[in-house]
Design a protein around this ligand. Structure first.
Ligand code: F6R
Length: 246
């Protein structure tokens, strides 16, 4: 795993966008794996600015998102489909038909997981997967204990995740308790992975990732077994690493 150290969130976002743009220019038909959450928002803003200023085109690009809440339609403001449209897709020239996110309101969720995995296979997988990391080492919605062999599947959200999400909803009954996520094996099939890590809160996770064992108890540790992983981490994260290992 190659680590690129940057000053702060802003520089991480800029570097990540530059990295992605270079890959898009090299391969205009690239298949990108995308993430939601706070980490990639700045990267998406940089992609949008570059699209406006330099005209980088997404007309041939296909995207696959990592995950989606079960029970929410794409029109729901808390769905990841809505997030992606707002944060990126509505502002670039991508064909919406080429943007794929598991359908959270599918009538048959197991069939939807299967369809998504098949769709990825049909496209011969993701070329470049963008990842964030949870404080407990989760990637996608693959929480500690998830099998390294897992494909796209349904997960029960942990009580702490449900509680953390509650602030976005009117009441507890509306908060999703399940999600669909690409599995660890699905993520590992991507040809290249770009992991973005920013802020002191991710210190411990980064320390575990770099210095800990490869274990299903810390899902991100599987990345050590991947051929081509680049981590862009800011000073706050890397400083934590040095403290931990000294
Ligand atoms: C998002 C995702 C999650 C996040 C992780 C970090 O699609 O799959 O694994 O990447 O929870 O979230 P943030 O970026 O909000 O710290």
């Amino acid at each position: 795993m190659k680590i690129i150290e940057v000053k702060d969130y802003q520089e991480m976002s800029q570097k990540a966008a530059e990295y992605m743009i270079e890959k898009i220019l090299q391969n205009p038909n690239i298949k990108l794996g995308l993430a939601t959450g706070g980490t990639p928002v700045g990267t998406y803003q940089n992609l949008i600015a570059d699209h406006r200023n330099n005209g980088t085109s997404y007309s041939g690009v296909t995207t696959f998102n990592l995950d989606e809440y079960i029970g929410l339609s794409g029109n729901n403001k808390n769905s990841y489909r809505y997030f992606m449209n707002e944060q990126l897709f509505n502002h670039i020239d991508i064909n919406m038909k080429n943007t794929h996110i598991p359908q959270g309101d599918a009538s048959d969720i197991e069939a939807e997981c299967h369809r998504y995995e098949e769709l990825l296979a049909k496209h011969h997988g993701v070329d470049l997967q963008i990842l964030g990391i949870g404080q407990n080492g989760h990637i996608g919605f693959n929480e500690p204990g998830s099998s390294f062999e897992s494909q796209t599947h349904v997960v029960d959200l942990t009580p702490s995740t449900i509680k953390a999400n509650a602030r976005f909803f009117n009441n507890m009954e509306e908060v999703p308790t399940k999600a669909i996520t690409m599995g660890i094996a699905t993520i590992m099939k991507s040809k290249e992975i770009l992991l973005l890590v920013s802020g002191e809160k991710k210190n411990e996770a980064m320390h575990q990732l770099i210095n800990g064992p490869v274990s299903e108890n810390f899902p991100a540790s599987v990345l050590k077994k991947h051929q081509c992983v680049t981590i862009i981490a800011d000073k706050a994260v890397v400083a934590g690493l040095k403290v931990h290992s000294s």
